[in-house]
Design a protein around this ligand. Structure first.
Ligand SMILES: [Zn+2]
Length: 358
């Protein structure tokens, strides 16, 4: 390289750097804490379709261990599944007269698809891990979903801010018998987030607990903690529980600059959730939207979903949920003659910052 060409490169770099430096020096006064400007916050979902081989003769399928990730640099706030269908079992020739002799599930439908684990990765903020166990004979069609948030706001007045989400230390703990329902076990994580944070990304790993199925997952302590409930026999092992805390403010370094509206709707208490009545028979989709009870929340997105199954929970199944921009849709399946009851709700997060700070 000649001296002349080296100079040209240096000059070109200088031309690139100069406008950036100008932006950096002018951004501080624009955000000195007196302006009422707002920033957009990018919230979105990611989805994936998988087909899980059953215990029948067709063993071709996707891996029962799955991961799904938000865009690079972003942060996952919730991970979920939705069991769409289990194929009818067609026995191979010769057609057995009696029940199939291989070890299969009890129902040979969506109820036989167990969720072994569903939790936020501890090393990669944008990644969620799943494991399934399809005990039906036929293949299971399952959709996986994440809700994601960009790790910084969009630019306003030539600057942007950091969105802060931290991992809660995972804990391995035995579930305790439910106070009211037999064959139901509970774990309460307690208020692990600060008053400036909300608990998000609730997850669990039930490895070693073959019969556990989720019957409730909901916020506690005004949204600073979380609780899970499983329909199960006495637990033989302690599950792992996971979560994160998201700051209700955006930052310049360590300095909070604007607040971010976050609210559990219709309530931060599961008992005051939106009541769902599930009739006997077909799978029923039930929805709750952030602004259906308060239209001032029209700009909020349903980022973390929760539910609690009550009457006839033992004859009903939760098949999963699906995120829509400001709505969470849940599917319950009731096998009891009387309507089953569930409560649903969602943590809604504003897609714009607010002013002033809380
Ligand atoms: Zn700002």
């Amino acid at each position: 390289m000649t001296a002349q060409s080296r100079y040209r490169i240096a000059a070109a770099l200088g031309a690139l750097i100069a406008p950036l430096a100008l932006v950096a020096t002018t951004s501080a006064p624009a955000d000195a804490g007196t302006s009422s400007h707002k920033h957009q916050i990018y919230e979105y979902k990611v989805e994936k379709y998988i087909r899980l081989a059953g215990v029948g003769t067709d063993t071709v399928g996707d891996s029962p261990t799955q991961t799904l990730s938000c865009d690079p640099g972003d942060i996952v706030l919730d991970g979920m599944w939705s069991i769409k269908n289990v194929d009818q079992y067609n026995p191979p020739p010769p057609d057995p007269d009696g029940p199939p002799t291989t070890t299969g599930g009890v129902y040979n439908d969506a109820r036989d698809v167990y969720v072994v684990s569903s939790y936020p990765d501890q090393f990669d903020p944008r990644r969620w891990n799943f494991e399934f166990d399809n005990r039906a004979y036929g293949d299971a069609q399952v959709k996986l979903f994440l809700t994601c948030i960009r790790s910084f706001t969009e630019y306003t007045n030539s600057h942007r801010h950091d969105i802060k989400v931290r991992n809660v230390a995972p804990i391995q703990a035995f579930t305790a018998p439910h106070a009211t329902y037999t064959d139901r076990y509970v774990y309460d994580r307690g208020a692990v987030c600060t008053a400036d944070e909300m608990f998000v990304a609730p997850g669990f790993d039930l490895t070693g607990l073959a019969d556990h199925r989720l019957v409730a997952t909901y916020p506690t302590n005004s949204g600073r903690g979380w609780e899970w409930e499983f329909g199960a026999s006495a637990p033989a092992a302690a599950p792992w529980f996971y979560g994160k805390c998201i700051e209700r403010r955006v930052f310049d370094g360590a300095t909070p600059r604007h607040s971010v509206g976050m609210k559990h709707m219709p309530s931060a208490s599961f008992a005051s959730g939106f009541t769902v009545s599930v009739p006997l028979g077909d799978q029923q989709e039930s929805r709750y939207s952030c602004d259906q009870d308060d239209n001032s929340l029209h700009g909020y997105k349903a980022m973390v979903g929760w539910f609690w199954m009550g009457n006839h929970w033992d004859d009903s199944w939760y098949l999963g949920m699906e995120p829509r921009p400001k709505t969470r849709a849940y599917v319950f399946w009731n096998f009891n003659g009387t309507p089953a009851q569930a409560k649903i709700g969602t943590l809604c997060i504003n897609s714009r910052t607010s002013f002033p700070l809380p």
